[in-house]
Design a protein around this ligand. Structure first.
Ligand SMILES: Cc1cc2nc3c(=O)[nH]c(=O)nc-3n(C[C@H](O)[C@H](O)[C@H](O)COP(=O)(O)OP(=O)(O)OC[C@H]3O[C@@H](n4cnc5c(N)ncnc54)[C@H](O)[C@@H]3O)c2cc1C
Length: 391
């Protein structure tokens, strides 16, 4: 089955070669590997390491720090193909895309040397924590606070739903400085090592069949050296969005990969399953919704490409709008496609053997995180259409 971009007119030979190579690697692992890892409570270490060794995981990071010197365009393509083979690596959204990008763009030379080579070769991972229990979608309300004490920073606060903290060497925590405690958010980003004293984590019980877990975090007088701060404490939202736009584009890739995987399973099934004279795929009541899903995925893929191109070209403003739209389109396409795929398989859609039922909750993640469908519609209403705000 084609995807929107695997065409020489639209996608360069280099991109198509990368896509094919990642797809071939992911296919060797496949959904069975992923499901086994989840069932055994393990992580996708073998796939992570092999993909890293081939240079796929750090493809967006600067060459001088061990990366591939390409961009979010290439990294999103890697994640999409892994997902399309049934092996999405959620930590790609966080570690190289958000944290790697923020450090590469705003980190000190020392921070770049310390973190980027490890993020690029997969030997180190970083999680990203912004969501708070009492702030949720309204990041302006976050209360995780950093105060200066001598030469150190001391952090206090709570975070929720932060993915992969247990397997990350550190978490990039979004806080605010003490003197910026009220009014508009002026975010500051801190690298908090996993075992830093006062940095607690407890898993949130989620109904998700995924190797990455979500955690509630407590920061209780976490003392960090001055160089734990990434970037300028007064730079405000600019630095944060340098990481959040890649996050949205990568979430689109995550959703697209999943959608393509589900659609391919449904199409295979519909072609061969026969309960009347013709295979069930001949019934338009099944064929048309699958065709519709294919169209929606293709459209979302094009939007994702637009967002990634704008981001890689350095146009953060235009990339912001496109990244939100791409995340919206891909998440909606994935939720619709997974639902339709499950339905296409009838009872088998809900069996463990066919592996589609677990995607029902997995696809919903892309609709909720990192920014919900409604918050994107709010963004487009206000920023793109100039409509007034209700909140
Ligand atoms: C699997 C998973 C992984 C995650 N990983 C991470 C991570 O690694 N790091 C991290 O920081 N966070 C992570 N998150 C958190 C995620 O980003 C948040 O769940 C998301 O931003 C929504 O916040 P909330 O859950 O507090 O929902 P709320 O903000 O409470 O929203 C609840 C509902 O109200 C709606 N709503 C809220 N405000 C408005 C409004 N003004 N207008 C219309 N509707 C509105 C929302 O759209 C939503 O439907 C993860 C979440 C999940 C589920």
């Amino acid at each position: 089955m084609s995807n929107a971009l695997s065409n020489p007119v639209i996608e360069s030979e280099e991109h198509r070669a990368l896509r094919a190579a990642v797809a071939a690697l992911a296919k060797r692992y496949g959904r069975e590997y992923f499901a086994t890892v989840v069932a055994e409570g393990r992580h996708t270490d073998e796939l992570w390491q092999e993909a890293a060794k081939a240079g796929y995981l750090g493809v967006n990071l600067p060459e001088e720090y061990g990366g591939g010197g390409a961009g979010i365009t290439e990294l999103s393509l890697v994640l999409e193909e892994l997902g399309a083979a049934g092996c999405p690596l959620l930590m790609l959204v966080v570690s190289p895309a958000i944290c790697g990008t923020v450090i590469a763009r705003f980190g000190t030379e020392e921070q770049k040397r310390t973190w980027l080579p490890g993020l690029a070769d997969g030997s180190r991972k970083m999680a990203f924590g912004i969501t708070e229990p009492d702030a949720g979608s309204n990041s302006h309300r976050i209360t995780t606070t950093a105060r200066k004490e001598g030469g150190d920073w001391v952090l206090n606060g709570r975070k929720i739903f932060v993915s992969g903290v247990d397997i990350a060497d550190a978490t990039l925590i979004v806080g605010r400085t003490e003197d910026a405690g009220t009014g508009k958010l002026k975010p500051c980003l801190f690298i908090v090592p996993r075992e830093a004293p006062g940095f607690g984590r407890s898993p949130v019980a989620m109904e998700l069949a995924a190797p990455e877990k979500q955690f509630e975090l407590t920061l209780d007088d976490v003392r960090l050296p001055a160089d734990a701060l990434v970037g300028d404490q007064d730079a405000g939202l600019l630095q944060l969005f340098a990481g959040l736009n890649p996050e949205r584009i990568m979430t689109a890739a995550f959703a697209l990969g999943m959608g393509r995987y589900a659609l391919a399973r449904a199409v295979d099934y519909a072609r061969t399953r026969q309960v009347w004279k013709e295979p069930i795929g001949a019934h338009q009541a099944l064929a048309h919704p699958l065709a519709q899903c294919h169209i929606e995925l293709e459209l979302a893929a094009l939007m994702m490409r637009k967002a990634a191109l704008l981001y890689d070209a350095g146009d953060d403003m235009a990339a912001g709008e496109a990244a939100n739209m791409a995340k919206y389109a891909a998440a909606e396409a994935a939720v619709h496609t997974v639902d339709q795929a499950v339905h296409t398989l009838g009872g088998n859609g809900l069996t463990r053997e066919y592996g589609l039922a677990s995607l029902v909750t997995a696809a919903r993640v892309a609709r909720i995180a990192p920014v919900s469908r409604e918050m994107i519609l709010n963004f487009v209403s206000h920023q793109s259409l100039g409509l007034p705000k209700s909140y």
